[in-house]
Design a binder for this molecule. Structure first.
Ligand code: ZN
Length: 287
């Protein structure tokens, strides 16, 4: 049985971990944006990364991750909130390039190896916390690990994976974020490194039936685990007909007239692909 999407938090002997299963959520993102496999994998990894980054935010806070490389996919952007909702898009969803020599989806080839990873945490305070650094691999998980180390001085290990089936549906997706806390002993660090090296990939674990709890038990094998809260995850966008109408009402007089001349308007939400249609009468009312 495939578990519903969820994120589980745990600690063990001075290390903390967030692990997530995002198969349904990534599947919905891929369907909404009509993604080909390379795009699905890149967007799915970024969405899962954003949910993991959002996991230690407070309520009402949010995080945006932007991967902007020089590959054919263009930008990949994902927003997430600690309540477990994420949304995102990739500039060019109809990108599917040949697999790597080992038969894996070539995410780095789609993303490109030159460019930036940017992260913004919306804290509700006066200044949002924003940082960026160069991409180092284009595989996204390594780039996020490097970002946390370089920009936020937080040593961590991020693992992300998306397995796309032959019919382009998402067969498994998820990830984890492990961070040693300052009081972590060298013995625990050694054990953790050994576990991370020896384990199967994220998609192999999830496709093999493991939920977030099983991933944590694998990564923390041999350590005393303290399981914390679990959050259900869901693809969800903040767009609405009211918000789109409000954007239309702020158009310039010239743009408004041009829509009225067309007799209708269709607005597509960049983040979720939802289409909003307005008739001439509705446009007149909004204006
Ligand atoms: Zn939307």
């Amino acid at each position: 049985m495939i578990a519903m999407d969820h994120l589980l938090k745990a600690t063990a002997e001075g290390v903390r971990i967030f692990a997530a299963v995002t198969t349904e959520l990534v599947g919905e993102a891929a369907r909404r944006h009509d993604c080909y496999p390379t795009a699905s994998a890149a967007l799915g990894r970024t969405l899962t990364g954003a949910l993991l980054f959002a996991a230690n935010l407070k309520n009402e806070e949010a995080v945006t991750i932007k991967i902007a490389g020089d590959g054919p996919l263009g930008r990949i952007v994902a927003d997430a909130v600690p309540e477990g909702y994420a949304r995102g898009f990739v500039d060019n969803p109809h990108v599917d390039i040949p697999p790597t020599a080992s038969g894996k989806i070539d995410v780095a080839g789609g993303v490109g190896r030159n460019g930036l990873v940017s992260v913004t945490r919306f804290t509700g305070l006066e200044h949002d916390v924003s940082g960026s650094c160069e991409l180092i691999s284009g595989e996204i998980a390594e780039d996020l690990t490097n970002y946390l180390f370089v920009s936020e001085q937080t040593p961590s290990s991020v693992g992300l994976g998306v397995l796309v089936d032959t019919d382009f549906s998402i067969r498994a997706a998820g990830g984890f974020l492990v961070q040693p806390l300052p009081d972590c002993s060298d013995a625990v660090l050694d054990r953790l490194e050994q576990n991370l090296r020896g384990m199967r990939s994220v998609t192999e674990m999830i496709d093999g039936g493991l939920a977030a709890r099983g991933m944590i038990e694998t990564i923390f094998d041999g350590l005393e685990i303290n399981f914390l809260s679990e959050t259900a995850l869901q693809f969800r966008c903040q767009c609405s007909r009211e918000r789109v109408a409000s954007t239309l009402s702020s158009l310039t007089a010239k743009d408004r007239q041009s829509l009225l001349d067309d007799g209708k308007a269709e607005v597509v939400c960049q983040f979720c692909g939802e289409k909003y249609q307005f008739s001439r009468a509705e446009l007149e009312e909004i204006f």
